[in-house]
Design a protein around this ligand. Structure first.
Ligand code: FE2
Length: 420
């Protein structure tokens, strides 16, 4: 007898049962005979692998308005505001806020999270706190930490040493921010340092790269060149790359060929970049997003992140990954049938590749029994309706449940699904 059986859920256009045994998926198929110690009625619900947050800042989350609101809405006022808030960081403060967001995420089916953590702090307070949170939350959410030098590797006193110290303490991934270094040369040099540290400590790389509307910001080519030189390819991620949305086509087309050779991953953060970028423009006003659709069409791995939830860069947010997927459909104009589905994959399977966990992720026999049940018949409708997430299962155990939503109009129940 199986530990748990889900009956009659939707998966890839079929209606299936899913058996869980020993924390793993034991069988998937229509009308399976085996009984389960617990049986769950999944009729009308989509079975999905868990959502993956591939780019968030858990150290800055839930600080919006402290010590002041970001009134200009720019990246730079965000960095200034954070520099002020950072002075009052404590272990308890960071742990409390990060844990709160991780619990929100888990309740909404996000079971893997890659979080950047600021290393430009002589005490590395947030680094130490998030390392503790990573261990404390391990049974519910798997967290990867990226050592992120918010104020620069070469432009902040002892920036390189602090970055390395974070890796020694156990941070999983090496970060960078070349476009915020004081000069172009320092930016290129900072990328080289990130890769040297990655090789020295055998860690992946995830760089905040060209998060600006400046079409001259060309550190992505430096990242690609380092990925090719080191052969690190799929262990390398370029986050944001918003300048690519402002590059002229002649350069962008040439670069695309190099990117295909480099085989690096991309993370776009559509909620944040549609609000942060384009702030220096009057009209026409740029969208400030990287070339999500074109990267995807060129066979490159693109995932989507939230980036910020209620912090100096973005005062809104919930952590629900359907929201960046929904925004990507609009901002990247990915409205074709396959394109909408691709945006769902960008917060699930594509993000698994970005995090390097694709070999132990997904709804297949033998994989961990981690899954999400949504009120939708397929991925397209899940995005269209920002579908309610009804149940979250982690390692074969139900960890979150949401009661079915029901709306009435003039006293009569009304069905708002109209799925097609
Ligand atoms: Fe970021």
């Amino acid at each position: 007898m199986a530990d748990l059986v889900l009956r009659g859920g939707y998966l890839d256009g079929e209606t299936v049962d899913l058996l869980i045994q020993g924390g793993q998926i034991a069988a998937i198929g229509p009308q399976l005979e085996a009984a389960g110690a617990t049986e769950i009625d999944a009729r009308g619900l989509l079975l999905s692998p868990p959502f993956i947050e591939s780019h968030i800042h858990l150290d800055t989350t839930l600080t919006a308005g402290e010590p002041k609101w970001n009134e200009s809405g720019t990246l730079f006022e965000g960095i200034e505001t954070w520099a002020a808030r950072k002075k009052s960081l404590s272990r308890e403060d960071v742990m409390r806020r990060a844990t709160t967001l991780l619990r929100w995420q888990a309740a909404q089916g996000v079971l893997h999270v890659r979080s950047h953590v600021d290393t430009t702090d002589p005490e590395l307070t947030a680094v130490r706190a998030l390392l503790e949170v990573r261990e404390k939350m391990r049974d519910l959410v798997e967290v990867q930490l990226v050592a992120f030098p918010q104020e620069g590797i070469l432009s902040f006193p002892k920036g390189a040493e602090l970055l390395e110290e974070a890796l020694r303490l156990g941070v999983d991934v090496v970060g960078g921010i070349p476009h915020y270094e004081l000069t172009r040369d320092m930016g290129a040099q900072s990328v080289a340092i990130s890769f040297q540290l990655a090789e020295k400590y055998s860690r992946p790389v995830d760089i905040h790269c060209d998060e600006t509307d400046d079409p001259q910001s060309r550190f992505l080519e430096v990242v690609a060149a380092e990925a090719i030189r080191t052969g690190m390819g799929e262990m390398v991620t370029a986050s944001h790359t918003t300048a690519m949305g402002s590059y002229d086509d002649a350069y962008a087309f040439k670069l695309m060929g190099f990117l295909r050779r480099a085989r690096i991953n991309f993370v776009a953060n559509p909620l944040i970049n549609i609000t942060l970028q384009g702030r220096m423009d009057t009209y026409p006003k740029r969208r400030g997003l990287t070339r999500v659709k074109e990267l995807w069409q060129n066979g490159l791995n693109v995932s989507l992140g939230y980036d910020d939830v209620m912090d100096p860069w973005y005062s809104l947010g919930t952590g629900n990954m359907l929201q960046p997927a929904h925004m990507a459909v609009h901002v990247a104009q990915m409205t074709g049938r396959a394109e909408v589905v691709a945006c769902y994959d960008m917060v699930t399977t594509h993000a698994a590749r970005t995090l390097g966990i694709a070999d132990r992720y997904g709804l297949a026999v033998g994989r961990p029994a981690d899954l999400v049940l949504l009120e939708a018949k397929d991925k397209w409708n899940a995005i269209r309706r920002l579908a309610p997430i009804r149940m979250v299962i982690r390692g074969g155990r139900v960890v979150a449940e949401t009661t079915a939503s029901r709306t009435t109009l003039l006293g009569e129940p009304i069905d708002l699904s109209a799925e097609r």
